[in-house]
Design a protein around this ligand. Sequence first.
Ligand code: NAD
Ligand code: TYD
Length: 350
Amino acid sequence: MKKSILITGGAGFIGCHVVQLFVQNYPHYKIVNLDALTYAGNLENLTSIEGAQNYCFEKADIQDAEILDELFEKHGITDVIHLAAESHVDRSITDPLAFVKTNVLGTVNLLNAAKKAWASDLDQHLFYHVSTDEVYGSLHEGGFFVESTPYDPQSPYSASKAASDHFVRAYANTYGMRTVISNCSNNYGPNHFPEKLIPLCINNIKNMKPLPVYGKGENIRDWLFVKDHARAIDTVFHKGKTGETYNIGGFNEWKNIDIVRLLCKKMDEKLGREPGTSEKLITFVKDRAGHDLRYAIDSSKIKNELGWEPSLQFDEGIDITIDWYLNNQDWLEHVTSGAYQDYYSEHYEK
Ligand code: NAD
Ligand code: TYD
């Protein structure tokens, strides 16, 4: 059977890299990109594959169950890679219900559509759910999240992702659906919406605007280059074992303040500024409510069992990322006009 893969959220940050990889590397698959084009979705992320024979785009909302049934039928969907989500923790603190609607209800709608469309040969299809390490909660000193770490989500975002993971496992157990889940650490790289730490700082350094560091900047995240995550998703989709979970990470932990200083140093060099110029923009601001202290992921299972590991060192990935933003001013200007300004003043300038 020829594969017709529904990739949801393909106009977003990670999704656009996954869609491009699949369209370019698998010309014999049909790739259907379903995205509602919220503030975070942008078709400018996909210009490189716009006219490809094996690609099509459908603007649709996963909250709408009916349209999902129609699209499964129209495109003869054989497999799903599900990335569509509300993804920003700060927004989840302001509006948790939007996260329940897309991340929980939307995922269940998608599971139902798949179950219905695949009823006669359920074991021939795969539902791949892309999740986050944040479902495991917050670590203190030492230790890593492994696949058996109990779920302990602490923010409305991570609670909604945890709920969606549970539904995917429940559909595997109850209805025999073939599913796989991966939980990844923080991604960085080109096309990242500038509400998240790294692109927000790059944009603000460029514009000589304050760099808002929450609390003391002591929180730790594990960072992975987005194209390495896309490669991992390709690996799990093709080689992962049904019913399994795979943790994906970079073994690359950084305190927020150290990342911000690194960006300042590199951008002073690239922009020809006096060393130390951008660091003066660092501004410590009120901490995020319920701010998780540390995430760190042990990705040895995917390395040992499926042979995936990160290809880029952080230093190299950060250079590529900064250069991408400096060379793609139009993209940055488009996404930071309009609604972004309202979000920014509401969140940072009140
Ligand atoms: P993103 O916010 O950049 O993109 C999300 C995409 O989903 C957007 O294109 C948006 O338009 C679309 N979308 C949102 N609501 C929708 C709806 N109701 N119907 C259809 N489309 C909708 O997110 P991202 O950073 O690319 O994350 C993608 C996935 O990976 C998410 O499931 C997220 O939880 C997970 N993840 C992200 C990270 C990270 O560091 N960004 C890390 C681990 C896991
Ligand atoms: P973020 O990029 O929002 O990802 P997540 O919350 O999913 O890890 O934030 C990364 C870290 O940076 C997190 O500890 C919060 C912090 N942060 C700031 O200090 N300032 C900011 O303006 C933002 C957006 C995040």
